[in-house]
Design a protein around this ligand. Structure first.
Ligand SMILES: Nc1ncnc2c1ncn2[C@@H]1O[C@H](COP(=O)(O)OP(=O)(O)OP(=O)(O)O)[C@@H](O)[C@H]1O
Ligand SMILES: C=C(C)CCOP(=O)(O)O
Length: 250
């Protein structure tokens, strides 16, 4: 049983305060991971929150708008490495054998925007009983300089690379919400929920909930979107919040 879990940047940071970790939320998430029966069979991905998105917005960089500004690259990637170090440190302190993996050092997009992400280091680290911790980052992009690589895109790539049985996306909301604010139980097609889906309440250059649902629909494994309180339940094998099932599903 291999799990890919994304911790939303808006969960583990104070999304409106530049480069500020939400220590209470991070330690709750870390405890849930450390105490779960999933053990070392987990790949953790985290998003940008007030680290990546803040700088990306300042330099006008998104998943499609690139930059050749080296200061911008260093600011955005550097901030994500600082957040990654905070997540890895917190997991290590809780006894989880967490190790950092930085996507900017390995991935690239071609001129059509198609991503290639080497994953042999992730699968090997997993087999060697480490817990790889990746993060939303920048990525070299042919013809565009560097663009944002969202944690949601990483989740999709990693889920197939590690043959994940379960994919969890922990965000600040209890699931994908309908227009009336209720949690949608299950999503099978983007069109069916498109009108309810917006971007993000906070600074977010990678598409907010609409981008998330689109990316997760591409998966063959079922993906679950839930809020921070439901993380222990997800790790215990339950499917709280919204289940997003792609075409290949059940
Ligand atoms: N229909 C919807 N249901 C739930 N959330 C929605 C919906 N439409 C828009 N949103 C927004 O999407 C946000 C979640 O996406 P966001 O990308 O901000 O979260 P995240 O992945 O936790 O953070 P990050 O991108 O920093 O990793 C919610 O906080 C909410 O503002
Ligand atoms: C803004 C950057 C660099 C990372 C974005 O990752 P996300 O928060 O998962 O969308």
């Amino acid at each position: 049983m291999t799990v890919v879990l994304k911790l939303g940047g808006s969960v583990i940071t104070e999304k409106d305060e530049p480069e500020t970790v939400d220590r209470t939320a991070l330690s709750a998430a870390v405890s849930a991971i450390a105490e779960s029966a999933v053990g070392e069979d987990i790949v953790v991905v985290h998003g940008g929150g007030s680290f990546g998105h803040h700088h990306a917005a300042e330099y006008g960089v998104s998943t499609t708008e690139g930059t050749h500004d080296v200061d911008g690259v260093q600011a955005i990637h550097g901030a994500m490495c600082r957040l990654n170090a905070a997540v890895v440190d917190a997991l290590s302190e809780a006894g989880v054998p967490a190790v950092p993996v930085h996507p900017f050092s390995a991935a690239a997009r071609d001129a059509d925007g198609d991503l290639s992400l080497p994953t042999a280091q992730v699968t090997t680290l997993l087999a060697e009983e480490f817990v790889p911790v990746l993060h939303g980052d920048l990525v070299a992009h042919a013809g565009a300089g560097a663009t944002v690589l969202s944690g949601d895109e990483l989740v999709v790539e990693l889920a197939s690379a590690v043959d994940a049985n379960r994919v969890g996306v922990c965000s600040t909301v209890p699931g994908v919400l309908n227009e009336d604010g209720t949690v949608i139980d299950r999503i099978e097609a983007f069109e069916a929920v498109a009108s309810a889906l917006g971007g993000s309440d906070a600074t977010d250059v990678s598409g907010g909930m609409a981008g998330k649902v689109r990316a997760l629909l591409a998966l063959s494994a079922p993906a679950v979107v839930f809020g921070p309180d439901a993380l222990p339940a997800f790790l215990a094998g339950e499917s709280p919040g919204t289940t997003i099932a792609g075409d290949d599903d059940w």
